[in-house]
Design a protein around this ligand. Structure first.
Ligand code: HEC
Length: 155
C-alpha cells in the first residue's frame, strides 16, 4: 500500500512537472506568436513557418545546434523554407529569457502543431544545460545563418 502510494505521488509530481514545463514553453511562445503566429504557420514571405519545418531541420546534421542558437542569438539573411524564401530578421532572445525559458520554448515549437509526430526517432527534449553551453559562443545573427542546415523541404 505504502509503496503504491508513494509511486502514485511520484507519478503525479512528475506529471505535474512535465505540464508545468509545457506551460512555460507556451507562455514564452506568446513573444513569438506576433510573427510566427499562434498556428506556427508564420506569414508567407515575411515570417517563416515553424509548423512542419522544424522537425526536418532538427533531423538534419547540425540542426539541433542551429535551433538552439537561432533562438539565443537571432538570425539575419536569406533562407529557403517550405513555402518560399525569406530574408528577414529573427530577434535574439538570449537577453530576454533564461536557459530554462529558451529550452522550454524550443521544446514547445518542436512539439506543437503536430511537429512532435515528425521528429526523428529517439529525439530528446532540449535541456537548459545545452542552452547554457551555447550562450558563451555569443554569435552574431549573420553567423547563425551559416549554421542553418540545408534542408530540402519538398511539399
Ligand atoms: C519580429 C518577428 C519575430 C519574432 C517575434 C520571432 N521571430 Fe523567429 N524568425 C523571424 C524571422 C524573420 C525569421 C527568419 C530570419 C531570416 O530570414 O533570416 C525567424 C526564424 C526563426 C527560426 C528558424 C526557422 C528556420 O526555418 O530556420 C526559428 C526556430 C524561430 N524563428 C523561432 C522563434 C521563437 C521561438 C521566437 C520567440 C521566442 C521567435 N522566433 C520570435 C521573426 C521573428
Amino acid at each position: 500500500m505504502r509503496v503504491w502510494g508513494r509511486t502514485l505521488l511520484v507519478a503525479l509530481l512528475l506529471g505535474g512537472l512535465a505540464l508545468a514545463q509545457d506551460g512555460l514553453g507556451a507562455q514564452v511562445y506568446q513573444q513569438c506568436a506576433g510573427c510566427h503566429q499562434e498556428s506556427g504557420m508564420g506569414l508567407p514571405g515575411i515570417f517563416p513557418p515553424l509548423a512542419g519545418t522544424l522537425p526536418r531541420i532538427a533531423a538534419a546534421e547540425g540542426g539541433r545546434d542551429y535551433l538552439i542558437r537561432v533562438v539565443l542569438f537571432g538570425m539575419m539573411g536569406p533562407i529557403e523554407s517550405v513555402n518560399g524564401s525569406y530574408n528577414g530578421q529573427m530577434p535574439a532572445w538570449g537577453g530576454s529569457f533564461d536557459d530554462a525559458q529558451i529550452a522550454a520554448v524550443l521544446n514547445y515549437v518542436l512539439t506543437a502543431w503536430g511537429n512532435d509526430a515528425l521528429l526523428p526517432k529517439g529525439w530528446e527534449a532540449i535541456a537548459p544545460e545545452e542552452v547554457q553551453a551555447a550562450r558563451v559562443e555569443d554569435l552574431k545573427p549573420q553567423e547563425v545563418l551559416k549554421l542553418r542546415p540545408k534542408v530540402e523541404f519538398g511539399e
